[in-house]
Ligand binder design. Sequence first.
Ligand SMILES: Nc1ncnc2c1ncn2[C@@H]1O[C@H](COP(=O)(O)OP(=O)(O)O)[C@@H](O)[C@H]1O
Ligand SMILES: CC(=O)OP(=O)(O)O
Ligand SMILES: [Mg+2]
Length: 409
Amino acid sequence: MNILIINSGSSSLKYQFFKMPEQKPLCVGIIERIGKENCFIRHKVLKDGIEKLTERTFFVRDHAEGLQNVVQLLTDAETGIIDKISEIEVVGHRVVHGGEDFTTAVMVTEEVKEKIRSLFSLAPLHNPVNYKCIEIAEKTFPDAKQIAVFDTAFHQSMPEYAFRYAIPEKYYSEMRIRAYGFHGTSHKFVTAEAMAWMKKPDAKIISIHLGNGCSITAVDAGKSLDTSMGFGPLSGLIMGTRSGDIDPSVILHLLRQEKKTPDEMDILLNKQSGMAGLTGHSDMRDVRKLLEMGNYDAELAADMFAYRIKKYIGSYAAVLNGLDAIIFTAGVGENDALMRERVCRDMEFLGLKIDMELNKAKSEQIKEINATDSTVKILVVPTNEEFEIARQSYELLNEEPPCEQIELY
Ligand SMILES: Nc1ncnc2c1ncn2[C@@H]1O[C@H](COP(=O)(O)OP(=O)(O)O)[C@@H](O)[C@H]1O
Ligand SMILES: CC(=O)OP(=O)(O)O
Ligand SMILES: [Mg+2]
């Protein structure tokens, strides 16, 4: 079975083409910094045992334009992996918000699309883009089955006392206002990898996903118990352009004082806050350059970013009543050793002690970066949401999981 996976994040579009059930990734690609001047595509194809890499800086306005470029690359004689569009049999889509309705992968139907549309305002940086990609895929690959895998699904195991908000009950019973949690596909994948690596299926793990969007999850024996994002992907950690946790009185004050409209507040909190609001840059690589120049705003923002994560680690260690490992994953978590060090500083009381040298070493695989006398493991686990979506899509169509995991690249 040939399956194309499309993962639209808030700053990127990632895609992979797999042969299933072998789980062989024949093409892996990413478009980064969508909508920005220095937008970049990396497209890697494995053909006849030879790896071929295409990289270029170009400009795409949005994810839809990005996806059209991907389709061209996939079918191009030089860079492609298929001769005909009809060779793609299944398209698996990452969809960020699925509300309470989805706990597993589903076939995309008109009803599912309607549900995704109804959640646009709760995940404004994601659901509209995810929906657009589904529409483009339906037109481009008319014979393929379309499958949706939701970020929210993994967190449906949270207990009610964790997912409810302390507001009048009718807002839950009538309007389903509760915490849903996001990045579930990533948290599920990296914690499963870590449990297998530690040979500990009952491990208590804190999974820290630091991309453009950031979230942290307490996972006990493979089940999500609590997570930092809530009703939408806006609360919790400080992100590229999102504020994370903020006292609601600030929002009320701004609505009253500056007579902001709900849409203006939406833009302020989702697009103009976080690292962008504090330093002028949403991309941690740009913030890192400012840090190297000794910029005060960047130093403060990096301290705030790390401090927020630290607070959640303490709180989730209490939620889990123990801790076997913490995991760093996603763009910042996998690549920014200095940020990992800043987070893990002064955490010895919790049994967390980082090894500076191991932390600096580059690796494409899972790596342990804790000191030998750290009682809690500190792991860097490369996430692979596309792989997890491919597995879940295969399982949906075949009612059984694909064969055992093969080596990824
Ligand atoms: N080498 C690096 N050092 C620091 N940050 C990095 C590095 N590479 C990527 N990043 C960060 O990762 C972020 C993107 O992460 P990613 O998980 O791909 O995001 P998303 O899926 O949310 O679009 C970028 O904003 C960038 O700040
Ligand atoms: C939910 C979310 O924030 O996703 P991403 O980090 O991919 O933007
Ligand atoms: Mg992402």
